[in-house]
Write a protein that binds this ligand. Structure first.
Ligand code: BGC
Length: 418
């Protein structure tokens, strides 16, 4: 059980949930939309081969074998039902909400701004503010307008100017009521999935392109942060960094050396180059990796529905390490698990609160925690079967049902906020 009294969470601590436009809004039209439609049948046909060794297989198989699972489509219909969702955020006693603005809505063709979409996000942010919820706005969360993807996206340095023009527009139009801004979500995950592993559009497998895309996003982050800070120093800017905790499974020299190296590539390769243009570090933490020799071999004592080894307590070490290295305030911008039966979410949340308390006890400047996610959503190439929500969605009716773990979490938050 988390200890509600000691140590205290700061008064203005941000307790929130995190989302991304394409995963919840419905009706988006970007490089994913077309790819999903082209690959839905193949993804469904491959499901058995891909997932049948998961503990969750018997329960997920019906959904995982359906082509429509791999199409975001109407998703949770959050684009239309956001007021209802923000009411749930309040009911869950949260005071912050992370979302992304969908570039392809705001600039559907090159240089043409959609005033209706901009107005939508203005209302959207207004609806958060009206409920006393602090918005955190992500400018890029894996999705690109089709015209930008067709010109090569982040493969080319000269394309970055289009992203910067978009950033300038968004800050000018929507910046007034926003303070926390994430320039790019998990730049390396995007590069790795799309250009190294070839799992995501445009499904390339090229080390050279991977490196270009990492470098160009780094450049894009730096330029975007500069532009935002020039607009006003009141903005607090970061990236959302995919982090993980690596630990040695034995005491061998090779194990210790490769653990250090893996941790370096996981966190520092990118952060070392990006943190000077950050006011805080946004940390996305989902799993740890136990290293033996030069390989990862996890204990897998508790695994999520996606088969991820769950060690929620290690969040504390991730935060401590990042703070020691970069001396910046920290915000957990994502953290959560796929758990369709809501069997382990309460356990995860409890351990996570303890990890946060442990880090606070060490004196770390942690400003907030955003759980991934408010509601079940479209989990990229895995489609809709992984269930990450504090709130369950029935995709047939779009009905929202608050999960028991979320009710419990809200009760704990109430005590922590007293
Ligand atoms: C991403 C989210 C995703 C989550 C769970 C993060 O890598 O930012 O979009 O849904 O992890 O996999």
């Amino acid at each position: 059980m988390p200890q509600a009294t000691t140590p205290k969470f700061p008064k203005r601590f941000l307790w929130g949930v995190s989302t991304a436009a394409h995963q919840v809004e419905g009706g988006t039209h970007n490089q994913w939309t077309t790819w999903e439609l082209e690959h839905a049948k193949t993804n469904a046909a491959r499901a058995e081969y891909q997932y049948n060794d998961l503990d969750s297989w018997t329960e997920i198989k019906t959904e995982a074998k359906k082509p429509e699972t791999y199409v975001s489509g109407k998703a949770t219909d959050h684009y239309k039902r956001y007021e209802e969702d923000f009411d749930i955020v309040r009911r869950l006693r949260m005071n912050a909400f992370r979302f992304s603005v969908e570039w392809s809505r705001i600039e559907p063709s090159e240089g043409a701004w959609d005033v209706t979409a901009i107005e939508h996000y203005r209302q959207y942010i207004g609806a958060l503010k009206a409920r006393g919820i602090e918005p955190m706005m992500t400018l890029l969360h894996f999705t690109l307008p089709i015209w930008f993807a067709e010109m090569g996206g982040f493969e080319k340095r000269k394309n970055v100017k289009y992203f910067l023009r978009f950033v300038e527009k968004v800050i000018g139009e929507l910046g007034k009521d926003v303070k926390y801004i994430i320039t790019i979500n998990e730049p390396e995950v995007y590069a790795t999935e799309s250009y190294y592993l070839g799992n995501w559009p445009p499904q390339r497998q090229s080390k050279w392109l991977w490196w270009r895309v990492v470098k160009n996003q780094l450049y894009a982050h730096k330029k975007a942060a500069k532009l935002i800070h020039t607009a006003s120093r009141r903005y607090k800017v970061s990236i959302a960094k995919n982090s993980a905790y690596f630990y040695a499974g034995d005491d061998a020299w090779l194990t210790r050396a490769s653990t250090r190296m893996m941790q370096y590539f996981q966190d520092d390769y990118f952060l070392k180059r990006a943190y000077r243009q950050c006011d805080f570090i946004g940390v996305n933490y989902y799993f740890s990796n136990r290293v033996y020799g030069y390989r990862v071999h996890n204990p897998d004592e508790q695994v999520s529905d996606l088969g991820w080894d769950m060690q929620p307590e290690n969040l504390q070490y991730v935060l401590e390490r990042l703070h020691q290295k970069y001396k910046l305030p920290l915000i957990v911008t994502e953290n959560g698990l796929a758990d369709m039966n809501d069997e382990r979410r309460k356990w995860w949340l409890g351990k996570t609160i303890l990890a946060l308390q442990g880090a606070l006890r060490e004196g770390l400047p942690i400003l907030g925690y955003f759980h991934w996610s408010l509601i079940d959503n479209f989990e990229w190439a895995h489609g809709k079967w992984p269930r990450f929500g504090l709130v369950e969605i029935d995709y047939a009716t779009r009905e929202r049902r608050i999960r028991p773990s979320a009710v419990w979490f809200a009760r704990i938050l109430r005590r922590l906020q007293e």
